[in-house]
Design a protein. Sequence first.
Length: 234
Amino acid sequence: MAKMVGLSRNIKMPWLNRVAEMANEDLSEEEVKNQLNEYLGFEIESPTNLRKTREILMNIWIYKNDYSEKLFSDARRLFRSYPDYELEIHWCLILAAYPVFIDVCKLIGKMTQFQDEITLAQIKQKLFDEWGERTTLYHSMDKIIATMKALGVIEGDKGKYKIKKYSVKNQKVVMFMLYSLMCIDDAGYYTMLELSSSPLFFPFEYTLDKVEMMEDDRFVFSNFGGDTTVGIKE
């Protein structure tokens, strides 16, 4: 079965912040829809585009799936407590909502380990190899890149881009990022090196505090072949 693309509209930071605020207000889904319709209506004239954008935002912050259900509570608390890290929190929930975003991040993260500049053509070709050449994917790729530009994690134009890095100093946010990674990627166990340099978090620079992680009851530690590995509690 073909994977669902879903991310068919570009998203802006103020829109993500607004739906995150609504998530913290404990509104019903219908109330969120109505308020987002009014809020987005000032910028989006097309009813179809407004609906698509609203549903993307709600997929990220309101509608539950197997991944996001584990993350919503912490995401909402951290969003209230650490507004300086709104980008990192949004990023984790976008990954949880959209598999295509995961794959694009993996591609960009791996490519930028070996080259300073990436091109839209490179990303599209590699993603087509993985997903197949679909019209919806071709359209979605442009919107994902536009979203990444709007969020400030890539810079450039004419199909050529460079990464803009953000330093994550707050260990509570770092732990949330790593917990999100392990929920979404579901590889079982990770080495400390894998956790400290995941391509999914290509825009972010952070230091993994092992003591902080060991004190966090969401994680379990093991030792395989002399290497410390980390997983999440079931």
